[in-house]
Design a protein around this ligand. Structure first.
Ligand code: ARG
Length: 727
């Protein structure tokens, strides 16, 4: 890091450092869209890519044709019979869905001995295969005129978006997506095959696939077998179809070869997947609001929230099973936020952002060429400030409207209102194309709902809400719950009880039946949650319209700001990449250890012996006895890495990833699968705002460990045989 000039140091906050040597301690910033890769050919080559960068731009060719999305997680095809590799933590919900007391697949693992034994994944599970990506910027912006109000502009853009989706999806079996890049400077239409019959093939036991559990989450050294396999099925004529016994495995046009040879320290690796969101270009105003207010507020709330659930759903209770996923999610978020706050301090995020903005301003002052960048940036900052104030203002109201059945009531009432309009004019989320997911949402509530826990959460949120100044309260809500200045909490608690005792929304049949209720019917309902939803409707719509208006204003200012950034970076020889937006990206770099803090070094690999070393016999450090025996006997099979005298379990790289990348294929320079990315270190999480080239490290499960577990522990040789293994 020492040889980076100060100027490069802050520009590297968000660009590919073509000019820099890829030294051993400098992490590789950049989540590039595949079409950008030819622009950075030189650096890709220098880092060790063997195939042509232009080959990676071709989304329907090898290897990108094998990279798929599960919606939320990433994955890849690893056989010509539709076999899908992803993370254990991505498919665990589906395994849980199929688990019973007698067949506890979480504890025992699951392996289908033949196609007939494969189990349907949880309802709503999908495999999305990208078929085509088109630049639709001018179609999305068609009809946008200068002088339009934010709300008008938002409407035009939204109508154009919906029209593009409708025409794209008129080709049956596809689910399309219009995404904005560079804050709306560019829009792309992604046409994806939507495979609806997804089945679980193999998921190692939690004691392997979740080894280390939440204790080890975000940490290194790591020994988690975070991998599992799904299979995609289609109708006998090859089209996406709902689950049916007659369906057959989908034959992907491309699948990845799996490397049994693996990588060594220093080798080139890249990750191809669907990172969710980053804020690398956020303005200082937003950064300050988030780190001074939003995150600290969340941290306090999460502490209360987690302990509320733990108290009302004690370990071993039936309620705990329903809330396990939520607890894991909240704990994951909590640990992440702690890491972000620490990381922001460590790198001096606020100062760095201020410096970067000054440098950009200076450049803009001399290079505007009549493009009005400076004015746009000033207006953008004012808008950022406005958004920050609104988000604080509405924070507690949003929390008190979280209860599951209130959420269901609100969505049902909205659906009844939207259904009065012709389909193309309905709010997105309530169109014909959305109703499958809508009803899945209505069904899945039961799996995650317990009235006592839900009520305890609600009471906790309301307490926080009541502690806020009156200006942050919503009169309609206060009135419906009888919240006055002096609320008797015991009284309130009793009142909330009546919501749960008098509602009929706790029945899935009722919820599904109400999907076809008219607005008038719901307005006449005496269900307490529906009454509350109806009473809050006008407030919610007013807030939503104001938010649309802001989004409409962002839609002119942000592209201006991002164009200034792109030009500024280009002038210095850098390629700016867009913030993550759940679209396909490629990150690349090398296998390497790191140093999280003074006096501590991370090695690049962990070993089988590390599992034994960590093992306590108690979850989450309870490796199967048979595995400990294999390790004790040093039974490495053909998967040993000589430099570490063992089978590598997990490895580290300096790649740029974030949430959503989970399950992404980690590829070597030839495009062969050498692992799956499943986490980042806690020191990396602040990179969502400001990439830390010194500390950022991604964590992968090694393909050799995957194969070793399959061959030696779980007797899944037949699955290995199905894949194309490179020795
Ligand atoms: N930290 C990972 C992420 O946010 C989630 C890992 C899940 N594993 C766990 N032990 N909770 O993507």
């Amino acid at each position: 890091m020492f040889y980076i000039k100060p100027k490069a140091l802050f520009s590297c906050a968000f660009v590919s450092l073509l000019a820099l040597q890829a030294g051993p301690i400098v992490a590789k910033e950049g989540m590039f869209t595949p079409d950008q890769l030819p622009e950075i050919t030189k650096d890709l080559r220098k880092t060790g890519l063997k195939i042509k960068p232009s080959q990676l731009s071709n989304l329907t060719e090898f290897p990108m044709g094998a990279i798929i999305s599960l919606g939320g997680c990433s994955a890849s095809f690893v056989s010509d019979q539709g076999l899908v590799a992803t993370n254990h933590h991505c498919s665990r919900g589906s395994v849980q869905f199929n688990s019973t007391e007698e067949n506890n697949y979480l504890e025992d693992g699951f392996l289908a001995k033949s196609l007939e034994d494969e189990l349907p994944a949880a309802p709503g599970s999908r495999v999305y295969v990208t078929k085509q990506v088109t630049d639709v910027t001018s179609a999305v912006l068609d009809g946008v005129k200068e002088g339009m109000s934010g709300e008008e502009r938002f409407k035009v853009i939204e109508q154009n978006r919906k029209a593009l989706l409708a025409s794209c999806e008129s080709d049956a079996g596809h689910r399309c997506q219009v995404s904005s890049f560079f804050g709306g400077a560019q829009y792309k239409l992604n046409k994806r095959l939507e495979i609806k019959d997804v089945r679980i093939v193999y998921s190692p036991a939690d004691s392997v696939g979740r080894y280390g559990g939440d204790a080890d989450n975000w940490l290194w050294p790591r020994h988690t077998g975070d991998f599992a396999f799904y299979r995609a099925y289609v109708s006998p004529n090859g089209e996406p179809a709902e689950f049916s016994k007659d369906n057959v495995p989908y034959k992907p046009e491309h699948s990845l070869k799996v490397s049994a040879k693996g990588i060594q320290e220093g080798d080139f690796v890249m990750v191809a997947g669907y990172p969710g969101s980053t804020s690398r270009y956020a303005r200082l105003t937003e950064v300050k609001n988030v780190f001074d207010w939003t995150y600290p507020t969340w941290i306090t709330l999460l502490e209360n929230w987690i302990s509320t659930i733990e108290q009302t759903a004690p370990e071993g209770s039936d309620a705990r099973i329903k809330y396990e996923a939520r607890l894991a999610g909240l704990n994951n978020f909590y640990k992440n936020l702690g890491g972000q706050v620490k990381g922001a301090k460590r790198v001096g995020l606020v100062d760095r952002r201020a410096q970067r903005e000054n440098a950009l301003n200076e450049w803009v002052a001399n290079n505007d060429d009549g493009q009005g960048f400076a004015e746009a940036i000033t207006a953008l900052d004012a808008l950022s400030e406005e958004s920050a104030q609104v988000s604080r203002q509405q924070y507690w109201y949003r929390n008190v409207t979280r209860p599951s059945l209130l959420g269901a009531a609100k969505r049902l009432y909205r659906l009844s209102k939207e259904s009065e309009k012709p389909d193309p004019e309905r709010e997105s989320g309530y169109q014909e194309r959305d109703l499958t997911f809508f009803s899945e949402g209505m069904k899945s509530i039961d799996r995650r709902f317990d009235p006592a826990v839900d009520k305890a959460e609600w009471l906790m949120f309301i307490e926080g809400y009541l502690a806020q100044p009156k200006s942050q309260r919503v009169a309609a809500f206060d009135q419906m719950l009888g919240l006055t200045d002096e609320v008797d909490m015991a009284e309130l608690s009793k009142r909330l009880d009546t919501f749960y005792s008098d509602t009929t929304l706790n029945s899935v049949d009722t919820r599904l039946a109400l999907m076809s209720a008219s607005a008038t019917e719901l307005e006449n309902s005496s269900d307490p949650f529906i009454e509350l939803a109806v009473a809050l409707y006008d407030v919610d719509i007013a807030q939503e319209n104001a938010s649309k208006d802001r989004r409409g204003r962002y839609a002119v200012l942000e592209p201006q700001y991002m164009r200034a950034i792109i030009n500024w970076q280009k002038a210095q020889g850098f390629t700016a990449y867009p913030d993550a937006n759940s679209n396909l990206r490629v990150s690349y770099g090398n296998v390497m250890g790191g140093s999280p803090k003074d006096g501590l070094n991370y090695t690049a690999f962990t070993t089988l012996e590390g599992i034994t070393e960590k093992d306590t016999g108690v979850a989450p450090f309870n490796a199967p006895k048979a595995q400990l025996k294999l390790i004790d006997e040093a039974d490495y099979g053909s998967y040993e890495l000589k430099s570490i005298n063992s089978v590598p379990v997990n490895f580290m790289s300096d790649l740029d990833i974030t949430g959503g990348n989970s399950g992404s294929a980690t590829l070597n320079g030839k495009g062969e699968l050498v692992g799956l990315v499943f986490d980042g270190t806690i020191e990396s999480v602040n990179s969502d705002w400001d990439f830390d080239i010194a500390k950022t490290r991604a964590i992968h499960v090694d393909s050799r460990y995957m194969l070793w577990v399959m061959e030696k522990l779980d007797n899944a040789q037949f699955l290995i045989d199905e894949m194309d293994i490179v020795k």
